[in-house]
Design a binder for this molecule. Structure first.
Ligand SMILES: Cc1ccc(O)c(S)c1
Ligand SMILES: [Zn+2]
Length: 262
């Protein structure tokens, strides 16, 4: 019995879920952000986010999430300011979500979960030549996270939702252009920031996390389309729905979460 429960547990929570999967992992993500332990840092600058919809290129189902990818060969779509010392280029965004609205986000606020979490991934183009190089460096990446909550339909998201059936299976790709992800950001400027890691392999400890305080609203039906995607490719007989693609929370260890607001 132990064998099959191990198999089940292994299937439900791949081995890289645990902090021990990264030797010496001392800045792993995601984490729970406790309001009482976060520290207002008045020296934090406002975030400077400048996206150009002409850099948006395609959507790809990579078998774990769907990535909306951007041409990052120039400084047309960038992130700077906040806790960052350099300018970072947007290379992709993706989401993590659950099988129901009760689970889905990777980070939590005082234990509060959201049904999904958006990650806008940027790499330090001031110091490194590519994402692949930057992903190995402590100051290589900056990920802006936005919580999604169920509410009114998000008009800007609908163009993305309408494209998802075309990338239902793992390894499918479809052209996707003229989309400005700024429409997915809340109007409130407040955020938390801490040093962490990717939440999927290679789990490298190269991410300055910037977590927006306010969620954005999407409709129940819009999020349901995320769950119609599949982990599996078209030629696999067992089709597994793409849900619960979030990592379990990791120990804070010797880190402080700073807030841009008091
Ligand atoms: C670069 C990257 C890839 C996948 C992810 O979930 C995250 S959080 C970052
Ligand atoms: Zn992510």
């Amino acid at each position: 019995l132990a064998g099959c429960s191990y198999k089940l547990r292994h299937q439900l929570h791949p081995v890289w879920q645990s902090p021990l999967s990264v030797p010496g992992g001392r800045r792993q993500s995601p984490i729970n952000i406790t309001l009482r332990d976060s520290l207002h840092d008045p020296h934090l600058k406002p975030l400077k986010i400048r996206y150009d919809s002409n850099t948006c290129t395609q959507i790809w189902n990579n078998g774990y999430s769907f990535l909306v990818e951007f041409d990052d060969s120039t400084d047309k779509s960038t992130l700077s300011g906040g806790p960052l010392l350099n300018q970072y280029r947007l290379c992709q965004f993706h989401f993590h979500w659950g099988e129901s609205n009760a689970v889905g986000s990777e980070h939590t606020i005082d234990g509060i979960l959201f049904p999904a979490e958006l990650h806008l991934v940027h790499w330090n183009a001031s110091k490194y030549k590519s994402f692949e190089e930057a992903v190995m460096e402590g100051d290589g990446l900056a990920v802006v996270a936005v919580f999604l909550k169920i509410g009114k339909r998000h008009e800007g998201l609908q163009k993305l939702v309408d494209a998802l059936p075309a990338v239902r299976h793992k390894d499918s790709v479809v052209e996707f252009t003229s989309f400005n992800p700024s429409c997915l950001l809340p109007t409130c400027l407040d955020y938390w920031t801490y040093s962490g890691s990717l939440t999927t392999p290679p789990l490298t400890e190269s991410v300055a996390w910037i977590i927006k305080k306010k969620p954005v609203e999407v409709s129940h039906d819009q999020l349901a389309v995320f769950r119609s995607l599949l982990f599996t490719s078209a030629d696999e007989e067992e089709q597994k729905s793409m849900v619960n693609n979030f990592r379990l929370q990791q120990p804070l260890m010797n880190r402080t979460v700073r807030s841009s607001f008091s």
